[in-house]
Design a protein around this ligand. Structure first.
Ligand code: CAA
Length: 376
């Protein structure tokens, strides 16, 4: 870790212990997202880390962002995920938006004053994203959006939504991306999902009924939406990986600390080889995941985005998070299954990491396609 990363990590460690930890269990139970806490992270520069300084960002690298998200995730996967998705929205506008769009939408996102949301999935198109049905029909001065989006992270609390909708033919070539703002006529929120984990981060359905979006809100050009979404997910998958690594590190901290304290059969349970092997595996798999995430981020920072590595990083680290958090609950035993210790929350929060931003089965599809290309 370089000097900047060491500093970011220690600043965030203090922040999460002082500001997140004291109420994290209560907020989880009450599904309470604290906008003021997100905004405080924004004031400290953590909500627009990778954006250039002239758009209010901190001009840092994806490797730095991964360190920061991992640290936040040790206390709250929900806040880390909110930042991760909002950063993905900023990256889309920065890469595919025109100067007007960047000036208009980026500052409030990079400062953390507002949150961004990414809207691709629909009830009938999850993994097969190119089959989405939501329409955007050309009308005088803009587009009329009709349809709905499902499982949208930060739905209802975000102000800027990147929405993929169909402007043309079937398949990926008919999809375009739009910037939609909270409060636009014809745009409303559907049901808030009741979830196993990520309870602080709201997940919601979005409904569009003749929602007129001005022409100037189209990103890049008609038909480019699927590529925008895929390119964004390549980055998002790396940052989701870093959140998984942070979650693993916390689960390991909890497991080792507990097993060094807890005595059974007159000795610390850490000294039983059965548990030692579990903890050795947890630490090794976590380290391997961290290195893979770091490598994927490094390629990205060096201007050589590597889709295969991003998928490998997401898949490996999130499968590891599920295994490590489940083992942590096992090591803590009865108390591990209660909310007295954070491991049960970590286990619940880990599950969706294997599902969102492309299920881990889809990551394997991406990896295999890339291998086929390399060998053909
Ligand atoms: N960057 C740029 N372009 C890309 C690309 C990338 N990473 N990946 C693919 N493309 C392009 C291809 O080159 C191709 O373009 P051409 O025809 O011009 O060559 C086009 O996109 C179509 O590519 P594919 O044929 O590979 O598309 P496909 O229909 O077979 O789908 C897939 C591929 C990998 C399965 C993709 O559909 C996918 O990733 N599915 C999962 C969707 C997903 O991750 N959803 C998560 C939603 S967000 C979320 O989880 C929650 C949240 O709030 C963030």
């Amino acid at each position: 870790m370089n000097e900047i990363q060491t500093e970011l990590k220690s600043q965030l460690e203090r922040f999460r212990k002082e500001k997140i930890e004291p109420t994290v269990e209560h907020d989880d139970k009450n599904e309470h997202f604290k906008m003021e806490l997100f905004q405080e992270l924004g004031q400290l520069g953590f909500c627009g880390m990778t954006l250039p300084e002239d758009h209010g960002g901190a001009g840092l690298t994806y490797q730095d962002l991964c360190v920061a998200l991992g640290e936040i995730a040790k206390s709250s996967v929900s806040y880390a995920a909110t930042i991760s998705v909002s950063t993905m929205v900023q990256a889309i506008i920065n890469e595919f938006g025109n100067d007007e769009q960047k000036k208009k939408y980026l500052p409030s996102l990079t400062s953390g004053e507002e949150i961004g949301a990414f809207c691709l999935s629909e009830s009938s198109s999850g993994s097969d994203a190119a089959s989405l049905k939501m329409t955007a029909k050309k009308v005088d001065g803009g587009y009329s959006l009709n349809g709905s989006k499902m499982w949208i992270t930060s739905g209802g609390i975000a102000k800027t939504y990147i929405v993929m909708a169909r402007t043309g033919e079937e398949g990926h070539k008919g999809i375009s991306a739009f910037i939609v703002r909270d409060g636009m006529d014809g745009f409303s929120y559907g049901k808030k999902e009741s979830k196993m984990g990520w309870k602080v981060s709201p997940t919601r359905e979005l409904i569009f009924e003749n929602c007129i979006v001005p022409e100037e809100n189209l990103l890049k050009e008609e038909g480019y939406g699927f590529k925008i979404a895929m390119a964004a997910l390549d980055r998002g998958r790396i940052t989701i990986g870093s959140i998984a690594v942070g979650l693993c590190e916390r689960a390991i901290d909890e497991s080792i600390s507990y097993s060094l304290e807890r005595k059974q059969f007159k000795k610390e349970i850490f000294d039983f080889q059965g548990l030692q092997f579990m903890m050795a595996d947890m630490a090794t798999e976590t380290e391997a995941s961290r290195l893979l995430v770091e490598q994927a981020a490094k390629y990205y920072d060096e201007g050589k985005p590597n889709q295969k590595l991003a998928s490998m990083a997401k898949m490996k680290s999130t499968d590891t998070a599920m295994k490590v958090s489940t083992d942590a609950v096992q090591i803590l035993g009865g108390v591990g299954y209660t909310s007295e210790y954070p491991v049960e929350r970590l286990m619940r929060d880990a599950k969706v990491l294997q599902i969102l931003e492309g299920t881990n089965q889809i990551q394997r599809v991406v990896i295999a396609r890339s291998l086929k290309k390399e060998y053909s």
